[in-house]
Design a protein around this ligand. Structure first.
Ligand code: ATP
Length: 416
């Protein structure tokens, strides 16, 4: 028997979301968390600072989802209407929750400040609701029956909302509904584009049966995801995962949604007890960022240079001026000399370098905007290659180049 799929609807409250002053990161975060918990998120809506509009958004949401999660509008000010709207929408009145009031008073006492009178309002929740304590702020959240749905109202600030979601809401959903999360397996790839992957894997897809294959392009990366109902037998699941793994080969750098290229390369270097130095031109620090954003990168990342001018390439990395004059700064001989210079001057085992035309100006017929040269230098290794980044957007070219540079090192390390 197939499990029931429970549904969810997200409501974001706040005038500032409608005027473009605040980006609705709560909806984004909730969508991922609720999906991961096994709910199917059917939609999301936004309401301004108007009690009737919030009440309507909540009532509509409760007709659509088994679970409704609303964020925002629980503050002490006159434009915070969520508790009153929830009470009105579901035939309840407001009551003072004594435990919440004590918690708010305690919050101010701990800060040695008198509680402002308006904060008392935050302890007012619908009569039929149960308060959810807020360990990171004053506004408690609450949970209540909303028609056939369960409604959770959480504070707007993400640093208050997120812990309440993890500590109170997700466990409560699990207790009430016992949703079974779908089976999911991620493959993060670099090397082949989305359509090439689609074509290469086309034969596998029909055979996967109830297991679906999804693609998400995050240039230059393509993330593939196998998703199946919770009751897909282990044996079928392993076959699907194994087929995809074999088809992707070295293009897949990570099977963990949250594990990026920097972490993967860092582990390869750590296993070899080796270190890395980087020389960047067009990427201006982004290759370094791919590395140092990883906790613990100091164990394998040695140093980096941004050598933008020709003089800097010569002075800092020892790239011969004649080499630059003969080939141009965006050339394989120069980028190789940068990688070798970084390696030699730092004493690191590996040097990686980039030099390219990020645009929008500076392109020539031979080296149009998007032309980027990459090099890897290491023990007995000197490799350079030139790629043409798709599109002409400067930021996209620089970001894609940074990951491609580190991926070139990853592929080299896998060959050793
Ligand atoms: P508070 O007690 O802080 O007033 P609240 O529940 O009333 O909490 P709001 O006043 O609606 O929350 O929002 C407070 C702040 O939280 C906003 O200024 C904004 O920075 C952030 N915030 C609110 N909603 C969202 C959202 N959907 N996505 C991201 N940030 C949000």
């Amino acid at each position: 028997m197939q499990d029931a799929v429970y549904t969810a609807w997200i409501v974001s409250q706040g005038e500032e979301l409608l005027t473009g002053q605040t980006l609705d990161t709560n909806a984004h975060h909730l969508a991922a968390a609720l999906t991961g918990a096994g709910l199917r998120v059917l939609g999301a809506s936004t309401a301004g600072d108007d009690e009737a509009a919030i009440a309507k958004a909540l009532a509509d949401a409760a007709r659509n989802g088994d679970v409704v999660v609303c964020t925002g509008g629980l503050g002490p000010t006159s434009d915070d209407h969520t508790a009153a709207a929830a009470a009105a929408a579901f035939g309840s009145a407001l009551r003072l929750d004594a435990a919440s009031l004590a918690a708010i008073e305690g919050y101010y006492a701990a800060a040695a400040r008198p509680m402002p009178a308006p904060n008392r309002k935050q302890a007012m929740i619908p009569e039929t609701a149960t308060a959810l304590p807020n360990a990171h702020g004053t506004a408690p959240g609450f949970v209540m029956q909303a028609g056939a749905a369960t409604l959770y109202c959480l504070p707007g600030p993400p640093r208050e909302m997120r812990p309440m979601l993890v500590e109170a809401v997700l466990p409560d959903i699990a207790r009430r509904l016992s949703p079974r999360p779908p089976r999911r397996h991620f493959f993060r790839t670099l090397g082949a584009g989305e359509s090439a992957l689609q074509a290469a894997l086309a034969g596998l897809i029909p055979e996967l049966g109830r297991i679906e294959l999804g693609f998400r392009a995050k240039i230059p990366e393509v993330e593939l995801k196998l998703v199946g109902p919770p009751d897909v037998p282990d044996a079928d699941w392993e076959i699907a995962v194994g087929r995809l793994r074999a088809a992707l080969g070295k293009d897949c750098f990570s099977e963990d949604e949250h594990r990026g290229l920097g972490a993967v390369v860092g582990d390869l270097l750590l296993a070899r007890k080796e270190t890395l130095a980087i020389a960047e031109s067009c990427t201006g620090g982004l290759v370094t960022d791919v590395c140092v954003r990883e906790p613990g990168s100091s164990r394998w990342f040695e140093r980096s240079w941004t050598t933008y001018s020709n003089v800097a390439k010569t002075e800092e990395l020892g790239v011969p001026a004649e080499l630059i004059a003969a080939h141009g700064a965006v050339s394989e001989p120069v980028v190789l000399a940068m990688a070798e210079g970084a390696r030699a001057r730092s004493g690191a085992n590996w040097g990686v370098a980039t030099s390219g035309v990020a645009g929008p100006a500076g392109g020539t017929p031979e080296k149009p905007v998007g032309t980027v040269c990459f090099a890897v230098a290491g023990p007995g290794v000197s490799r350079a290659r030139t790629l043409r980044a798709p599109g002409r957007a400067r930021d996209a070219i620089r970001k894609a180049s940074a990951e491609i540079a580190i991926d070139m090192l990853r592929r080299q390390l896998l060959r050793m």
